[in-house]
Design a protein. Structure first.
Length: 133
């Protein structure tokens, strides 16, 4: 009976240890789940440039289409100032820095122009050495 009592006490001790470990792991799981949700929607540093480039390609077409619709809906009451305020609010909600966005757009445009120059070099005009007098 004493042997069973000691085993029972040891099992209770082990159960308490497991319960406290379970509680600790559940708390850690909750913290990790919150951190995962925050991290899930944040791009990795190497993906940020790719994401920014995609936004730069998509945004002008979408913006132009939306402006056309708004101008059609509001007519002469369309307010450019409110459009700019809304664009700044979108940047803020997306946690974007407009300076980084415009700088990257400039870089992409510059790269595109450089590629065009490489592919289509400027032809020099033929110099005429036999001039008529």
């Amino acid at each position: 009976m004493t042997s069973l009592s000691k085993k029972y006490d040891q099992m209770n001790t082990n159960l308490d240890i497991l319960d406290s470990g379970d509680i600790t792991l559940k708390e850690q799981l909750e913290k990790d789940a919150v951190a995962f949700q925050e991290e899930k929607f944040r791009p990795k540093p190497e993906q940020y440039t790719e994401l920014l480039d995609s936004k730069i390609q998509i945004r002008p077409d979408f913006r132009d289409k939306l402006m056309k619709q708004l101008k059609g809906a509001f007519g002469k009451y369309y307010d450019y100032h409110r459009r700019d305020i809304a664009a700044n609010e979108v940047d803020y909600l997306n946690a974007e820095d407009p300076d980084v966005f415009s700088h990257r757009a400039w870089e992409l445009e510059y790269q595109r122009k450089q590629e065009m120059r490489k592919n289509h070099p400027v032809r020099s005009k033929k110099k005429s050495h036999d001039m008529e007098l």
